[in-house]
Design a binder for this molecule. Structure first.
Ligand SMILES: Nc1nc(=O)c2c([nH]1)NC[C@@H]1CN(c3ccc(C(=O)N[C@@H](CCC(=O)O)C(=O)O)cc3)CN21
Ligand SMILES: CC(C)C(=O)C(=O)O
Ligand SMILES: [Mg+2]
Length: 291
C-alpha cells in the first residue's frame, strides 16, 4: 500500500492525466482518519463534500451545512492528508449573494483549511459569474453539473439528469459555459453514460464522474464506498467494504463483554507496586478514606 512519497497533484498534472487517459481517483473525506486513509491509499484528490451534511452530521439535505461546519471538517481532513490535492465544496448560501461573498467564502477555505481548489455547483448565468470571480481572485474552481444536490428541489429531487432532449442540451451548454468561465475540472453527477461520452471529447478539462460512467476520473462518497451509509444508496454506489456492520458488531461485542464481566481483562488494567497497594490499605484503615 503506498504511503507518502507521492507528489501532490497539480493543475498541469490533472490535464496530463486526462491526455494520457490515466483515470483520476477522487474520494470524499471529512475528518482526520478518513483523509489519512485516503492519502495512504494514494488517491489523486480528496473532496471535502457538503455530502458531509448527510453522511456525517445527519441533516436531511446537503443544503443545510454551514460554512463554519464544513470548514471544521475540512481542516481536520487537511491535517489527515497534508500532501494530497484537497477540494472543498462551497456550501449552499455561501456564494449566492454576490461575487464578493463567493470570493470571501472561497478564500476562507484556502486560508483556514488549506484547500487547493473549491467546487461550485451549477452552470447558470449567475454561477458563471461566481466562477469567474473566484478564479480571478486566484482560487481554482471545480465545476459540478448534472445532479446538483444543493438545488435538487428545482430538479425534482435527487434524480439523474440529462435524460431528456431538453436536459441533455442544457448539460452540454452548461459544460461549455463553465469551461469558458475557467473551471480546472468538472464533476458530472448522475447523468447517463452515453450522454457523458458525447461531452468528454469536447472538453479540455478533466471530467470527474459520479454516476456518469467511465469519465476522466471518478469520485465517490467515502461513507458509501466503505459501507457506512444507512438505507438506500444511489445505483452508482459500489460498497467496497461493510464497515457500518463491522462498527455495529464491534460495539455489540464490547457491550456483551462489559455486561458479562469479560472486559476489562487483565491486560487492560493498571497494576501498581505492592508498597502502593499496602499504603492505600493502611490509609483506609486509619480512616483516611472517610471525610
Ligand atoms: N450518501 C450519499 N451519497 C451520494 O452519492 C449522494 C448523497 N449522499 N447525497 C447527495 C447526493 C444525492 N445523490 C443521489 C441520490 C439518488 C440518485 C438516483 O439515482 N435517483 C433515482 C430516482 C430516485 C427517486 O426518484 O426517488 C434516479 O433514477 O434518478 C442519484 C444521486 C448523490 N449524492
Ligand atoms: C458527491 C460529490 C461530487 C459531492 O459533491 C459531495 O460529496 O458533496
Ligand atoms: Mg457536494
Amino acid at each position: 500500500m503506498p504511503d507518502v512519497a507521492k507528489p501532490k497533484l497539480t493543475l498541469t498534472r490533472l490535464l496530463e492525466m486526462k491526455a494520457a487517459g490515466e483515470p483520476i481517483v477522487m474520494v470524499t473525506a471529512y475528518d482526520f482518519p478518513g483523509a489519512r486513509a485516503a492519502e495512504r491509499a494514494g488517491v489523486d484528490a480528496i473532496l471535502v463534500g457538503d455530502s458531509a451534511a448527510q453522511v456525517v452530521l445527519g441533516y436531511e439535505s446537503t443544503a443545510q451545512i454551514s460554512v463554519d461546519e464544513l470548514l471544521t471538517l475540512a481542516r481536520a481532513a487537511r491535517r489527515g492528508a497534508p500532501a494530497t490535492f484537497l477540494v472543498c465544496d462551497l456550501p449552499f448560501g455561501s456564494t449566492e449573494v454576490s461575487d464578493a461573498q463567493a470570493i470571501e467564502t472561497a478564500v476562507r477555505f484556502v486560508r483556514e483549511a488549506g484547500a487547493d481548489a473549491v467546487k461550485l455547483e451549477g452552470g447558470g448565468p449567475e454561477r458563471l459569474e461566481r466562477i469567474r470571480a473566484i478564479v480571478a481572485a486566484g482560487v481554482p474552481v471545480v465545476g459540478h453539473l448534472g445532479l446538483t444536490p444543493q438545488t435538487a428541489t428545482m430538479l425534482g429531487g435527487y434524480r439523474a439528469q440529462g435524460r431528456t432532449v431538453e436536459s441533455a442540451r442544457r448539460l452540454v451548454a452548461e459544460t461549455m459555459a463553465v469551461q469558458d468561465a475557467g473551471v480546472c475540472a468538472l464533476v458530472i453527477e448522475a447523468v447517463p453514460t452515453d450522454v457523458v461520452a458525447k461531452i468528454l471529447p469536447r472538453v479540455a478539462v478533466p471530467v470527474i464522474g459520479i454516476g456518469a460512467g467511465p469519465a476522466d476520473g471518478q469520485v465517490l462518497v467515502l461513507h458509501d464506498l466503505i459501507g457506512i451509509t444507512e438505507g438506500r444508496t444511489p445505483v452508482f454506489v459500489k460498497r467496497f467494504a461493510e464497515l457500518g456492520t463491522a462498527m455495529a458488531d464491534a460495539i455489540a461485542d464490547y457491550s456483551d463483554e462489559v455486561r458479562g464481566g469479560r472486559f476489562p481483562a487483565d491486560e487492560h488494567q493498571y497494576r501498581s507496586a505492592p508498597e502502593a497497594v499496602a499504603a492505600a490499605r493502611a490509609a483506609i484503615e486509619e480512616g483516611g478514606g472517610v471525610r
